[in-house]
Design a protein around this ligand. Structure first.
Ligand code: HEC
Length: 134
């Protein structure tokens, strides 16, 4: 195939591929692929083992310690993707599931990077201590 035609074919393939690539890196796609098994399609979780992302976030999202906790749970620390993608995922979770009345500040990539430096050793214990402090 002449080089120009080959380039055109590649360009049109890339153009065709664009929407699919976007869909595969959307926050919803990440949630469905990496979080839904535990947190469920509607974020309701599997209480008491897996907390609801609908109700329980109300305790966490408004306080610096709670936000810090959200950034450091194993699911978030281990989520594949860039810090920007994980921040987008957390913001999508808040937008899609959070039922509280406060209007929390969006999570940023910088916060995700900070959280990644301090993974939790015992999330269940830290969560109980944190909730007891509210
Ligand atoms: C294997 C099951 C599992 C998977 C998969 C999982 N989580 Fe979790 N998640 C939990 C459990 C259990 C907790 C409670 C804290 C703990 O014990 O780790 C939690 C807590 C959280 C919290 C804090 C909310 C709270 O009330 O404690 C957030 C935010 C969160 N997960 C987000 C995610 C995201 C985002 C993903 C996917 C990238 C994910 N999780 C994948 C089990 C899971």
């Amino acid at each position: 195939m002449p080089r120009v035609l080959a380039a055109a074919a590649v360009a049109s393939l890339l153009a065709m591929g664009t929407p699919a690539v976007e869909a595969q890196t959307s926050p919803k796609f990440f949630f469905l692929q990496f979080c839904v098994g535990c947190h469920q399609y509607d974020g309701s979780g599997l209480p008491p083992d897996v907390p609801s992302l609908r109700d329980d976030l109300s305790y966490l999202i408004g306080s610096p310690a709670g936000r810090d906790f959200m950034l450091r749970v194993p699911g978030v620390i281990g989520a594949p993707g860039s810090a920007e993608e994980v921040a987008d995922l957390l913001n999508w979770i808040v937008e899609s599931f959070y039922q509280g009345e406060t209007d929390p500040a969006p999570f940023t990539a910088a916060e995700v990077l900070e959280g990644r430096k301090r993974p939790m050793k015992d999330p269940i214990k830290e969560r109980l201590e944190l909730l007891a402090s509210y």
